[in-house]
Design a protein around this ligand. Structure first.
Ligand code: HEM
Length: 217
């Protein structure tokens, strides 16, 4: 059984290891609330505010570590979202943006990204993969949902733009190949697999914390 796992490529190992966490991310917390139609424009904006700082941390760490050959491969600016989300926030929140505060789960996430920046910067790929590839798959469903169910105007939906990716399937396959060709040591590969789980856990925490906060309002 163990040798079966050893023979798998890295992408397959990651997918197998996180299949249940993906299901949890899809079916709990604020994500579930949006899908079920129990959110509103303001609560969506609060979610987006936290996402903005997640993406900013990921993108800045990738850019900062581009001299690392492994990280360099994942400087996929066509997938970067922080600037697009900023536009949405300015449209959705206006002056209210100044008074918003990050969730503690998001601050914890940002601290973890700083630790990665100061240790094994290759591990940032775990976070890039989890957010950017999720956007390619789930993005199109969400944009329709937000426009129809929550009446979010096009000016507030820049996040879902992905003009730089024409063929999503081919792009994701190429991204998976890049992960498979990272050429990490056995020890670092194990850390990366673990870090993808961490990426899901942080995303789950943010989603669940926001949901709990909205319940208590
Ligand atoms: C309503 C919420 C969601 C839906 C409907 C959804 C749906 C999907 C679908 C259909 C795929 C493609 C699976 C395949 O082709 O094999 C996918 C992949 C993926 N999703 Fe989600 N997802 C959701 C939320 C999330 C969240 C919250 C995250 C993490 C933050 C996430 C991370 C990913 C990742 C990393 C992949 C790529 C997996 C791979 O490489 O095979 N998803 N998702």
């Amino acid at each position: 059984m163990k040798s079966e796992v050893n023979n798998m490529d890295l992408m397959t190992k990651i997918r197998k290891n996180t299949a249940t966490l993906h299901s949890a991310a899809e079916h709990t917390g604020f994500i579930k609330r949006i899908v079920d139609g129990h959110a509103c424009k303001d609560t969506y904006a609060e979610y987006l505010f936290n996402l903005h700082f997640m993406y900013k941390a990921i993108e800045e760490t990738i850019e900062k570590n581009k001299d690392n050959k492994v990280v360099q491969e994942f400087a996929t600016t066509e997938l970067y979202k922080s600037e697009l989300i900023k536009k949405d926030l300015e449209f959705l929140l206006g002056d209210k943006l100044e008074t918003m505060e990050l969730l503690p789960s998001t601050s914890t996430f940002i601290n973890r990204i700083k630790e990665i920046d100061n240790s094994n910067s290759e591990l940032i790929v775990a976070y890039a993969y989890t957010r950017f590839i999720a956007d390619l798959f789930g993005g199109r469903t969400f944009v329709a949902l937000l426009a129809v169910n929550y009446k979010v105007a096009a000016e507030g939906l820049n996040y879902y733009k992905c003009d730089g990716v024409k063929d999503i399937r081919a792009y994701v396959m190429n991204y998976a190949n890049k992960i498979n060709n990272m050429n990490l040591s056995v020890e670092l590969e194990a850390k990366l697999i673990n870090e993808v789980s961490n990426a899901y856990i942080y995303n789950l925490a943010i989603s669940c914390e926001l949901e709990a906060k909205l319940h208590s309002n």
